[in-house]
Design a protein around this ligand. Structure first.
Ligand code: URA
Length: 309
C-alpha cells in the first residue's frame, strides 16, 4: 500500500497509525506487556487485535466486563455475551475484553494505575498495526454545580490549578504535556447525547486530582486540614474556570493519547454535586443506572460510526 502512496497520502497513512514515541522499542527482539500478560513473541498481536477501532477504558473490572457484554448485544454480534473471555486472565492487574472492533479494558484508580495500562495499551495497538483508533475513558466523577446523573463530556482535562497540562517527573525533572482532547469526537458525542431520551449532558473541563479525599476538597476523609468555607471557595473557583467535574485519570489519559496521535475522549457521569456534599449517598440501583450512562452514550457513538444507528 505504502509504495503506491503519494506524499500526502503517505502522511495521512502515518497519521492514522498509533505512534509510539520511543526509539528503543524497534530494537527490542521481544516486548513483554507484563501487566496484560501478553507478549510479541507468545501472541500474534496483529491477528488478535489488528481490527480494533474503538478502545473503551474505565476504572472497574466489573464495569468493563458489563460494558463488553452490553456492546456485544448492541452490535448484535453472534455468540453469547455472557461468555466474553478476559484476555488478561493471566494477571489480575487489568481485565480486557474484545468484542468485534471494540476493546474494553479496566485501568484501576488514579494516574499511576491508568498510566501503566496506557503504556502497554498504546504499545499493543502499535504492535498490532491498528489504524484509525478512537479511545474513550468512561468513568464516574464528582459534579461541580451539576445534578447527580449528569454526563460530562470533557473538552479539556485540567490539573489542580485548572491548567490544561499534565506534569510527569522523568529522571528527576518535570516534563509538562498538553491535555487537550479531540474536539471533533467531543462534538460528535454531544450530538449523540441529544439523540438519546432523558440524557442530561454537558461539555466542560474535567479536573484530575491525585486523591479522592483531601485532593478533591472533601471534608470526610481520615485527614482534613481546611474548613467548609475553604472547600466551597475552591469549588467556586473551579466552577468559574469552567470545571464541571472532578476525577482522577483524565490528564494523563489525554496527554498520552495526544502525544501518540490517538483521538481520545473522556465521558464521566457525575455521582453527586460536590457543592452539596462529599459522601455518595444515592441508592445502589440509582448509582448502577448512572454508571451505565457513559456506556450508553459511547455505544450510540460506535453504532453510528459503524452505520448501525
Ligand atoms: N470519582 C471521583 O474521583 N470523585 C468523585 O467524587 C466521584 C467519583
Amino acid at each position: 500500500i505504502l509504495l503506491n502512496c503519494t506524499g500526502s497520502d503517505h502522511q495521512e497513512y502515518i497519521k492514522q497509525q498509533v505512534q509510539v514515541k520511543n526509539p528503543y522499542l524497534d530494537t527490542m527482539e521481544e516486548d513483554i506487556l507484563y501487566h496484560f500478560s501478553l507478549s510479541t513473541k507468545t501472541h500474534n498481536l496483529p491477528e488478535m487485535f489488528g481490527d480494533i477501532k474503538f478502545v473503551c477504558v474505565g476504572g472497574s473490572a466489573n464495569r468493563m466486563k458489563s460494558f463488553a457484554q452490553f456492546i456485544h448485544q448492541e452490535l448484535k454480534l453472534p455468540g453469547n455475551p455472557e461468555e466474553v473471555r478476559d484476555i488478561c486472565e493471566g494477571t489480575d492487574r487489568y481485565c480486557m475484553y474484545k468484542v468485534g472492533p471494540v476493546l474494553s479494558i479496566s485501568h484501576g484508580m488514579g494516574v499511576p494505575s491508568i498510566s501503566i495500562m496506557l503504556h502497554e495499551l498504546i504499545k499493543l495497538l502499535h504492535h498490532a498495526q491498528c489504524r484509525d483508533v478512537v479511545l474513550f475513558r468512561l468513568g464516574t466523577s464528582g459534579g461541580v454545580g451539576l445534578a447527580p446523573g449528569t454526563v460530562v463530556i470533557t473538552d479539556k482535562a485540567v490539573d489542580y490549578s485548572f491548567r490544561p497540562q499534565f506534569e510527569q517527573v522523568v529522571l528527576g525533572k518535570v516534563i509538562t504535556r498538553s491535555t487537550e482532547l479531540d474536539e471533533g469526537v467531543a462534538g460528535e458525542l454531544l450530538q449523540c447525547s441529544s439523540e438519546l431520551q432523558n440524557f442530561p449532558t454537558v461539555i466542560g473541563k474535567t479536573m484530575c486530582t491525585h486523591d479522592f479525599y483531601e485532593g478533591q476538597g472533601r471534608l470526610d476523609g481520615a485527614l482534613c486540614s481546611f474548613s467548609h468555607e475553604e472547600k466551597l471557595e475552591y469549588l467556586r473557583k473551579a466552577y468559574e474556570a469552567g470545571v464541571r467535574n472532578i476525577e482522577m485519570e483524565s490528564t494523563v489519559f489525554a496527554a498520552m493519547c495526544r502525544v501518540c496521535g490517538l483521538k481520545a475522549a473522556v465521558i464521566c457521569v457525575a455521582l453527586l454535586n460536590r457543592f452539596e456534599g462529599d459522601q455518595i449517598t444515592s441508592p445502589h440501583d440509582v448509582l448502577v443506572e448512572y454508571q451505565q450512562r457513559p456506556q450508553v452514550l459511547v455505544s450510540h457513538f460506535i453504532k453510528k460510526r459503524l452505520g448501525l444507528a
